[in-house]
Design a binder for this molecule. Sequence first.
Ligand code: SF4
Length: 385
Amino acid sequence: MASFLHVLTDFEKQSIGERQSLPERYLGLSDAEMETRITAARKTLGSRVVILGHHYQRDEVFKFADYTGDSFKLARQIASRPEADYIVFCGVHFMAESADVLAAPHQQVILPDLAAGCSMADMATPDQLEASWADLERMGVVTGGGGKAGLVPVTYINSAASIKAFVGERGGTVCTSSNCAATLTWAFERGERVLFMPDQHLGRNTAYKMGMPLDEMVVWDPDQPDGGLEPEAVRRARMILWKGHCSVHTRFSAQQIQSLRDEYPGIRVIVHPEVPWDVVQAADDAGSTEYIIRQVKESPEGSVWAVGTEIHLVNRLAHEVAPDRTVLSLDSLGCLCSTMFRVSPNHLLWVLEELVEGRVHNRITVPDEQKHWNRVALDRMLSIH
Ligand code: SF4
């Protein structure tokens, strides 16, 4: 039976202990005032601050970013600005944690709103992983033979620092949607099976695209004893997919694709690989946010696209990146990541003005005991293309 006991994640514990709410004086400001004051604070801070903006951020925040990109691209930017004392990460909590691990010791990472988490990352807790790993050891699939491991753990970058540290310590790595296929190739060179966390869809879609049949994959439910699986099924599997998902990308469906194809004959459909398998099969193409941007940008003028990813990126593609193409959201209502949306220009203004006054709010730090293996796992990620 599934357990309903809620184990607090690192993020929740930190948020409860240290959450700083936006002071009232930062509410109700006009767009023009925020723009003027953010610009002034950045000017005062100069090269001491660098602002990173994920593609799913709202435009009012995104426009202030020095660097924009997906998780992989932003992680690679961290080392490029060693002169910055402060890295203000306009994204979600796990991204700021990775930035803290990759940053130089003098750099401090700030998340403008500490409540900007990720529901997918919260679907894999360290306690669940410890218990699941012990079950897998008991089933005899962790230790391999012939110079290979039995099981290589791979975690999507959308996971807590504690999960990344666990994976790094056990010979595994972190991956992103940009380098997932290369990561699975890397992992299968080193082991017989892969434990893929926390997004079952990214793991399934990528392995399937690489030629692995679905019957070589099983879904591991961390709330069930032995993952809810027969030991024999686990031993036969090559991909053990953690039962996690993105609540935004799982809203897209194959029916939505069919409706748009009926309405717009010749439309091209491109989706992010966090969508379910049948949606990828019904689409024309799938890839990371950077891949989606490239495909739409490089398509002929006048092309018509339906894009299955977060609505802020879709709107930006339609209005700024590729205005000569027609770009529609695959979901007519638009799928919004509510935690990415938590980072508002008001929060950005607050943390920047506090920095001008020499006060650091909403700093994200990964505990020292997790840093080493986290770094190992993230360095492996950055070396795999
Ligand atoms: S879009 Fe999904 S995976 Fe990305 S931050 Fe939001 S909830 Fe997490």
